[in-house]
Design a protein around this ligand. Structure first.
Ligand SMILES: NC(=O)c1ccc[n+]([C@@H]2O[C@H](COP(=O)([O-])OP(=O)(O)OC[C@H]3O[C@@H](n4cnc5c(N)ncnc54)[C@H](OP(=O)(O)O)[C@@H]3O)[C@@H](O)[C@H]2O)c1
Length: 330
């Protein structure tokens, strides 16, 4: 398995991780048996980085990951997150909390659900604008000191916030959406700040929430409660315009002799040795397909052709609805 170092001095993780979110939330029906089999298959194949969060489910995804890694703790590198608080009665309602006591309580609850005594990488899921980042990261640092967390990460934090956080405690990874149709980290200062500090970028939704694979052709491909039905890039005219992007990935992949998913992932991994991608799937067959991206070498000419087909503003529509956009890059 190809590995990459998170942060300047480790830990080593597989270059492709497994995003577990869709197994329990947002992307249609659950199939826990296949999801657990997929996580175990990932470990069999040498993939160790498993990405989850307390708010996925809410809570169900951490429990699922905990079940899947039972008896195999040493093979897994568990990344989970706190900070997005969902209303149990209506999970579409959410807030953000970075208060120190909340951080400590959330960590204890995650450890319990995962059935482990230490979390390998603990992220703040979204920056809380009402709490100084120094206070939140200070609480996360105390979890490292207590032996409950090994490494600290942030998700969707700006370069400036990352610098402030890093001054309190080393940050191993910054997680952000990054893919052919979401190239923001390359232009908004995030990747520059990561490189200045030696923080790895963990690319989430590297397949454009499935869209870049070409498998989604109409909104009817989604189940009734699928989150994507309400997401700007998957709606109306935007959907139709974005289909042209998916077709471009398909054609570039056909030229290369690989699948669209493999091309999209290989492009992300080619953007730097300090980048790790965490595609999500609840199916073993797709996991195997996605791991094939690790064998793909894109030449400078091929990367230039892909870049030309996907300029930074290629996608129609924002990556989140307006209200959710307000919670990113703070
Ligand atoms: N920090 C954050 O705020 C944040 C936000 C979003 C996501 N994440 C993390 O990032 C992970 C990955 O992101 P994501 O799941 O949103 O998006 P993604 O990885 O871009 O795409 C996942 C979707 O693609 C489909 N898929 C996967 N491989 C495929 C293939 N080879 N061919 C066709 N379809 C394929 C999956 O369907 P099937 O499952 O049916 O295969 C799923 O619907 C998540 O699981 C989560 O852990 C973090």
């Amino acid at each position: 398995m190809q590995t990459r170092t998170l942060g300047r001095h480790g830990p080593l993780v597989s270059a492709l991780g497994l995003g577990c979110m869709g197994m329990s939330d947002f992307y249609g029906q659950r199939d826990d048996a296949e999801s657990i089999a997929t996580i175990r298959h990932a470990l069999d194949r040498g993939l160790n980085l498993l990405d989850t969060a307390d708010m996925y489910g809410p809570f169900l995804n951490e429990e699922l990951v905990g079940k899947a890694i039972k008896g195999r703790r040493e093979q897994a590198f568990i990344a989970t997150k706190f900070g997005i608080v969902r209303d149990a009665a209506d999970p579409t309602k959410r807030g953000i909390c970075g208060r120190p006591q909340y951080v400590r309580d959330a960590c204890d609850a995650s450890l319990k659900r995962l059935g482990v005594d230490v979390i390998d990488l603990y992220y703040q899921h979204r920056v809380d604008p009402t709490v100084p980042i120094e206070d939140t990261v200070g609480a996360m640092a105390s979890l490292v000191q207590a032996g409950k967390v090994r490494h600290i990460g942030l998700s969707e934090a700006s370069g400036a916030t990352l610098e402030r956080a890093f001054a309190v405690h080393p940050i191993a990874a910054l997680q952000s959406e990054f893919s052919l149709w979401t190239r923001d980290p390359q232009s908004n200062g995030m990747l520059d700040a990561c490189r200045k500090l030696g923080v790895s970028l963990v690319a989430y939704s590297p397949l454009g929430r499935g869209f870049l694979t070409g498998a989604i052709r109409t909104a009817d491909d989604f189940e009734a409660d699928d989150y994507r039905r309400g997401s700007p890039r998957f709606i109306g005219e935007n959907f139709a315009r974005n289909l042209r992007l998916a077709d471009q990935v398909k054609s570039l992949a056909a030229d290369k002799g690989c699948s669209p998913a493999q091309l999209a992932l290989a492009w992300v991994l080619a953007q730097g040795r300090d980048i790790v991608a965490i595609p999500g799937t609840k199916r073993r067959s797709r996991l195997d397909e996605n791991l094939g991206a690790l064998d793909l070498q894109l030449s400078a000419g091929e990367l230039a052709a892909i870049d030309a087909a996907f300029p930074p503003d290629a996608a129609a529509g924002t990556r989140y609805p307006e209200a959710t956009m307000r919670g990113v890059n703070l």
